[in-house]
Structure formats: C-alpha cells, structure tokens
Ligand binder design. Sequence first.
Ligand SMILES: [Zn+2]
Length: 202
Amino acid sequence: MDRLLEGYRRFRSEVWPLERARYEALARKGQRPETLVIACSDSRVDPQTVFGAGPGEMFVVRNVAGLVPPYRPDAGYHGTSAALEYAVRVLGVAQIVVLGHAQCGGVKAMVEGAPEEARDFVEPWMKIAEPVLRSLPAQAGPGDVLEHCETEVVRLSLVHLATFPWIDAAIAAGRLTLHGCRFDIRTGVLARLVGERLVPVA
Ligand SMILES: [Zn+2]
C-alpha cells in the first residue's frame, strides 16, 4: 500500500490544486462523458493514459481482453453489459471505443489454452471470443495468430455491441458511433480499425 499512498499524496499536492475546479464542477453537475471505452484489464494499457483523457471525459469498462459479450438479458452477472447500459442509455455517450492491445494474456489463453490457475473464470469468459478462432490465417506463425486474434477480438466486440437493441437504435438515429483500436505496448503506437485493417494513427 505504501507506494499507492505515496502516489495519492502526490496527486493531492500536485494534481488536485490544478484540477480542483474541474472535480468540483463534475461533482456539482454530474458526469457527462462523451466516450465509453471498453479495454482490457492489462496494467500496461490504461485508456486514460493512451488517450490523454482527464476526469469526466471517459466512461471506462475494463475486463479480461476487453470483450463485449452478445446481448443476453438473463439472470447471469453481466457486469460489462450493465456498464454498457448505463453509459449508453443513462449517460448518452456519443461514441464507443473498443481498445484491444498487443500481448493480450486473455487472447493468448484462448488461443493456446488457459493456464491451469485461470480455468474457473478466464477460460469460460474467453469463450465469448472463440468465433475468431474459426478464421485463422493460413500459414501463419504463432505470433501472427495472436496478433490476428487480438484484432479480430476487437472486431467481434464491435459486432456484439450492435446486438444490443438500444445501441443499434442509437447508431441508426445517428447518436452513436463505434470504433475499434489496438495499442502496441512495445512501440506505444495506436492503430485504428478501418474496415478489416488496422491503420496506425498519425
Ligand atoms: Zn489484454
């Protein structure tokens, strides 16, 4: 905890004085973020850092591999779908960004098999993304397969987003747009999905 508390004290002494008015306005008026980001829990891929966003700007959902499950309103514990519902229907976000990344442990567990310690929840969770395994590129090396799957997982999440009726309706009404990205941890380069291709952001 010491390191975290040290970070907090730095926040209080250095960041808070500069951002105080902003936090107070957000507390008074409530949040109205323009963007919902769905990202992986990976400690190296922080959406606020990658997009340079401040408090109140992004509603963020993070889970293993940054997956969106298909719309399935049943008795299950749908944490990600609950966050989607709140962001889209209550907060009225204008865009949803699915942020995938390189070296994703969740995608690796799906492609190569989950480690024994991650079979209670990670393995069944990653089954959401298994359709991407049906479209592996021919004659690809192991690294290529992972990279391909990391990209396809983002595309699949975008497809699943459109299965939520109120997301589909908001898109049709021109109130909401969907975007896919992939962050390369080693190079720090963000690429955007344009059709089926990833294009590095200039
Ligand atoms: Zn990941």
